[in-house]
Design a protein around this ligand. Structure first.
Ligand code: PEP
Ligand code: MG
Length: 310
């Protein structure tokens, strides 16, 4: 620990030509904050708040939430922290939100959909996130999971603003949101792509099912074309777009994602060093050439090869 703290601070993420790419951490609990900072996180790109309440039977109070969020945010005073509101779903059931009897929970009442039906829980969480931001000095951005169109993003942004959130965004994890991303950005301050779910829904392959794991590949050109649509929407609206799914932790894919227009990449901190090094090795022009080659491929395997050879 002492050696890591004594080491020279890491430079912010960037391509060979100096194009900045923010390198952010995926975290799930306060203890993750210290490690993320040690490894050079420029902030948090995805705080999976639901992880804190997986064993809780009743909705947590505003006070209880404020306390635990402040504990995490304090590590990031002066830095950006993107907190995702509760994403209860098939893989992460919350006793106080999830109906476990749905026949097909990945396609059910999850993410923002279930929060909207339980608005007081959402209001309490937004209030706690704002209070924790004020108490810690972190720059708190808040985003909603499983947004499927601009009506949903407009709902979330309006509610977040009412409760004092300064920067309110939407996740792009449903193909409809990627296709209509420009409309979503007109009603959001930023978007962040969840490539795990975006791949699951694009390929119609349950991310929890080993027998279809081969389909769960974010290199698939169908997924990359949706990322491209998000990158184009970011450029058209001048708003920030990033990735916070596992795809960002794959160094070669990270380069392609930046070539498709992503401004930030959020990942588990152990992946930082390799991703930073890969980004440092290409110019924006080279990243765009690799992205163009990958998008034109007809399979995930071909996309990997095409990007490597471009
Ligand atoms: C994703 O879907 O890619 C994502 C970042 O969210 P989660 O993995 O928590 O569903
Ligand atoms: Mg997701």
């Amino acid at each position: 620990r002492a050696a890591a703290i004594a080491a020279a601070p890491l430079e912010p993420g960037a391509l060979a030509d100096g194009t900045p790419v923010q390198i952010l951490a995926n975290v799930g609990k306060p203890a993750d904050g210290e490690r993320a900072i040690e490894l050079g996180a420029e902030g948090v790109g995805l705080f999976r708040t639901e992880f804190l309440f997986l064993d809780t039977d009743t909705a947590p109070s505003v006070e209880e939430q404020t306390k635990v969020y402040t504990e995490l945010f304090t590590h990031f005073a002066g830095k950006k922290v993107v907190a995702r509101v509760l994403d209860a779903g098939a893989d992460k059931p919350l006793a106080f939100l999830t109906d476990v009897h749905e026949p097909n929970p990945a396609l059910g009442l999850r993410g923002l959909r279930v929060l909207r039906e339980n608005e007081q829980i959402l209001r309490d969480q937004l209030q706690a996130l704002v209070a924790a931001g004020e108490a810690s000095g972190a720059e708190v951005w808040v985003m909603a999971p499983m947004v499927s169109d601009a009506g949903e993003s407009a709902y979330f942004t309006a509610l977040a603003r009412e409760l004092g959130v300064r920067v309110a965004g939407s996740m792009v994890e449903v193909p409809s949101a990627a296709i209509l991303c420009e409309q979503i950005l007109e009603t959001s301050d930023f978007v962040s792509i969840g490539t795990n779910d975006l791949t699951q829904y694009t390929m119609a392959a349950d991310r929890l099912l080993g027998s279809v794991a081969a389909f769960q590949d974010p290199w698939h050109p169908a997924v990359l074309r949706l990322v491209q649509s998000v990158g184009a929407a970011g450029a058209a609206t001048g708003k920030r777009v990033g990735v916070c799914g596992e795809a960002a932790a794959d160094p070669a894919l990270a380069v392609v994602l930046v070539g498709l227009g992503m401004h930030s990449l959020s990942m588990a901190p152990p992946a930082f060093a390799e991703v930073r090094a890969a980004l440092k090795g290409v110019t924006l022009e080279q990243a765009r050439a690799k992205a163009k080659a990958a998008v034109a491929a007809s399979s995930a395997h071909e996309a990997r090869e095409a990007a490597a050879n471009a």
